[in-house]
Write a protein that binds this ligand. Structure first.
Ligand code: NDP
Ligand code: GDR
Length: 355
């Protein structure tokens, strides 16, 4: 490895960007984050590490940028001369990708190509390592369980298809130009920093808000989907480990356990002291009520996806053997951590409408 430790992180304002910045700063890196222009503040997750550029020798730097803007990306790579690039930026919401398929392809698929091309145009193929945020959504329609690096892909959304291009262009640039470029095929990872419209956080926020009397009901879609949920803080360490290897490769990061969405709902409400009773089993799907008869969770078909990914369960044995990586937090503890954080936040925060 070279001595300089300079990271460029796209998607720095997202869940993983925030945890990865924490990790790399603790390891002594100079961290350059790319944030999008927004009409309101979008840096809430990285406020604790923000450094005023007027400070002496800041190690955390923010730059405006966008994965849909090639010239911007070339200039940022040239200016910052990163030894490692982590491409975490994406339109990352699967359901939204059905509404904005073209934009999703532009940012998630072509955006990945733009960054790789920036490295190539600047002649940095041998000096800059590249991490691509690939995803278990590549597996989509179940071909094999548990899913591992050799499992065939069958994406089920415009997001999954865009990420499929991202995955293969990384493999191609690695083989064609000898770049140190790796795909992390990460299964779902969550945390108190998780975006509010992903299902775990939507559930934990609603459980907290309902407990505090600030929301009446939670509307959800498919409760039977199963996901392999781990803790985001542990997964960003796996990203870093991939770039510390002598040779680039592709790795699954997962827990190896799968949980139905409905179980996560029951856990979250139990953690705020509400026992839910399923109402309508075998008749028509209605939802969950409390012991006192208040209907708190209702199925709303608007949250069903045109094509769904029913079952994800990953096999992380390659990452364990080659990177020494393993998840630590059990999903039950993860759910509780998220609920408790939301209860705390909900006491003071205004409730944002819309999910
Ligand atoms: P988030 O949605 O929390 O963060 C996405 C980030 O990308 C945000 O910083 C967002 O900016 C930024 N972004 C979106 N579009 C663009 C664009 N066109 N140009 C520049 N930046 C953009 O995602 P996560 O942190 O959860 O995930 C990180 C990456 O990992 C994503 O690529 C995601 O697809 C992938 N992934 C995530 C998994 C998970 O379970 N979390 C699992 C597998 C893969 P803004 O804050 O302004 O919206
Ligand atoms: P996912 O995460 O699609 O797996 O993508 P999400 O939390 O959005 O959905 C998980 C499952 O829950 C079901 N579901 C709902 N989902 C949402 N968002 N809202 C609801 O109301 C709801 N009701 C039920 C979904 O149908 C689905 O089956 C996440 C993202 O982080 C991707 O970027 C990443 O690549 C994958 O994880 C791995």
């Amino acid at each position: 490895m070279v001595d300089r430790k300079v990271a460029l992180i796209t998607g720095v304002t997202g869940q993983d960007g925030a945890y990865l910045s924490d990790l790399l700063l603790a390891k002594g890196y100079q961290v350059h984050g790319v944030k999008r222009r927004s009409s309101s503040f979008n840096t809430g997750r990285i406020e604790h590490i923000y450094q005023d550029p007027h400070e002496e020798d800041p190690r955390f730097h923010l730059h405006y940028g966008d994965l849909t803007d090639s010239t911007n990306l070339i200039r940022l790579v040239q200016q910052t001369q990163p030894t490692e690039i982590y491409n975490l930026a994406a339109q990352s919401h699967v359901a939204v990708s059905f509404e904005t398929p073209e934009y999703t392809a532009n940012a998630d698929a072509v955006g990945t190509l733009r960054l790789l091309e920036a490295i190539r145009i600047l002649g940095m193929e041998k000096t800059t390592r590249f991490y691509q945020a690939s995803t278990s959504e590549l597996y989509g329609l179940v071909q094999e369980v548990p899913q591992r690096e050799t499992t065939p892909f069958y994406p089920r959304s415009p997001y999954g298809v865009a990420k499929l291009y991202g995955y293969w262009i990384v493999v191609n640039y690695r083989e064609a130009y000898g770049m140190h470029a790796s795909n992390g095929i990460l299964f779902n990872h969550e945390s108190p920093l998780r975006g509010e419209t992903f299902v775990t956080r939507k559930i934990t926020r609603a459980a907290a808000a309902i407990k505090l009397g600030r929301q009446e009901r939670l509307y959800l879609g498919n409760l039977d989907a199963r996901r392999d949920w781990g803790h985001a803080r542990e997964y960003v360490r796996g990203m870093w480990l991939m770039l510390q290897q002598d040779t680039p490769d592709d790795y699954v990061l997962a827990t190896g356990e799968t949980t139905p969405v409905r179980t996560f709902v029951e856990w979250a409400f139990a953690d705020v002291g509400i026992t839910l009773r399923w109402d309508g089993e075998g008749v028509d799907e209605k939802g969950y009520c409390s012991q006192s008869g208040d209907c708190l969770v209702e199925i709303d078909p608007r949250y069903f996806r045109p094509t769904e990914v029913d079952l994800l369960i990953g096999d992380p044995s390659k990452a364990k053997a080659q990177l020494g990586w393993a998840h630590e937090t059990p999903v039950r503890d993860l759910a509780r951590e998220m609920v408790l954080a939301d209860l705390e936040e909900m006491k003071t925060a205004p409730i944002a409408k819309g999910a």
